[in-house]
Design a protein. Structure first.
Length: 155
């Protein structure tokens, strides 16, 4: 595993972290990989809306930063799987409070609009992770009982 440091001095830890996770799709890629090891096509379906070019680019950057591990199997046809490294798992753990903030923020907006059922999401089995539970089968984002299109608009 090769870790590439980007040029430039960082002002603070948040600056350094944002350098790694910056980009519209990276945290959703991280969360999808937190659920399980995925092949490229599975990730593409799990992260609804990302293009192949952007997904490939983000995976390469995350691999260079030591966050994602790329395993190539010597088979015909070739098979490549992506998973999180221990550093990637620790990054997802660090993102959990941000996900909680996002859920609380969305729930507050839902409650202010007069909708109910927001805080019952945990009893209903909504994932308590980064804020978007990725269903690899359907590719839908779910959070706090909000409509998937409302949640995906966060990215």
């Amino acid at each position: 595993m090769r870790i590439v440091r980007r040029p430039g001095a960082f002002v603070c830890g948040i600056d350094a972290a944002m350098d790694v996770i910056g980009g519209k799709w990276k945290v959703l890629i991280l969360w999808a990989l937190n659920e399980r090891t995925c092949r490229f096509g599975e990730l593409r379906r799990a992260v609804t809306g990302v293009t192949e070019k952007v997904l490939s680019s983000h995976l390469k950057e995350l691999e260079d930063d030591g966050i994602v591990h790329r395993e190539v199997y010597a088979e015909v046809p070739p098979r490549v799987e992506y998973s999180l490294t221990p550093l990637g798992l620790s990054l997802n753990a660090a993102l959990e409070p941000l996900g909680q903030w996002g859920r609380d923020h969305i729930c507050r907006g839902v409650e202010e609009a007069g909708a109910d059922g927001c805080h019952g999401a945990e009893e209903a089995g909504v994932d308590a992770g980064v804020g978007v539970a990725v269903d690899a089968g359907a590719g839908a984002g779910v959070c706090c009982g909000a409509a998937p299109e409302a949640v995906m608009g966060l990215g």
